[in-house]
Design a protein around this ligand. Structure first.
Ligand SMILES: [Zn+2]
Ligand SMILES: [Zn+2]
Length: 254
């Protein structure tokens, strides 16, 4: 397995991505050997996917043509984390793995302190409960919207995020989280676009035996080839194939 040629987190126009499945295949060529398509399935998401027969047929055709190009494609889903767990699509039998990401904290009028405590406790409770294979962008793409009165743009949002995680997402919290992730066979996602989790967090996870997944979270073709944070993490932490999730082994566990 070439670690820089995997990508388990990608979106298509079936949810909020811009690529059709054929366009995605074109973007994958030369960049990816093993991939997973993980469109959003979530309440309150304007572009939540419907796992219809049509979609599953289209995915089947995509998988076949990907195979002819030497690319193994898996069917995954990115679902939101809530207080009482994750919401699963009806046809779960077809789905090979689940990325669970927290996109919305169900709290209104909370102080920043209360809000991020609630965020962390939803993550912790779900890690303890299990039932999914990858914890998505745990300290990237944070739901900071309630604290913004206008969209400050991508880079500014990442800067705000860095301040939040520095203040609220402590090594101690991560050490406890690592134990639950490891116990429930949940991989932690290395998220390319937000360049998170921080290397020190990856180090805590690695020491606890947590495995990693990698995702570009691509919504557009030009995002599919991005690997700079992954390469940095591999180099700095000396990550090996055994430190990463093997998607082939998990289907039977869902
Ligand atoms: Zn997400
Ligand atoms: Zn995503």
């Amino acid at each position: 397995m070439n670690l820089t040629k995997i990508d388990y987190h990608m979106h298509t126009s079936y949810s909020d991505g811009e690529m059709s499945l054929p366009q995605l295949l074109e973007a994958l060529e030369g960049n990816v050997n093993v991939c997973g398509v993980t469109d959003h399935f979530e309440l309150n998401h304007s572009c939540s996917i419907e796992f219809t027969k049509n979609y599953l047929n289209a995915f089947g055709a995509f998988k076949e043509s990907a195979k002819r190009h030497g690319i193994t494609a898996h069917l995954g889903v990115e679902t939101g984390l809530g207080k009482s767990g994750i919401l699963l699509p009806f046809m779960t039998g077809e789905i090979e793995y689940i990325i669970a990401s927290l996109h919305r904290v169900p709290l209104e009028e909370a102080s920043s302190e209360e809000y991020w405590e609630a965020y962390k406790s939803i993550i912790s409770e779900n890690a303890r409960r299990g039932g999914f294979q990858i914890l998505g962008h745990v300290e990237g793409y944070l739901p900071i919207q309630p604290f913004l009165d206008r969209d400050p743009g991508f880079d500014k949002k990442r800067e705000i995020e860095r301040q939040i995680i520095h203040k609220h997402f402590t090594p101690d919290w991560y050490s406890h989280l690592a134990k639950d992730l490891e116990a429930n066979d949940i991989a932690l996602e290395i998220h390319e676009p937000s360049e998170t989790p921080r290397l020190e967090v990856l180090d805590i996870m690695k020491r606890s035996g947590v495995v990693f997944s990698f995702g570009t979270d691509s919504h557009k073709p030009e995002q599919v080839s991005k690997r700079s944070y992954l390469k940095k993490a591999i180099q700095e932490l000396d990550l090996k194939e055994s430190d990463f999730l093997d998607i082939e082994t998990i289907k039977s566990k869902i």
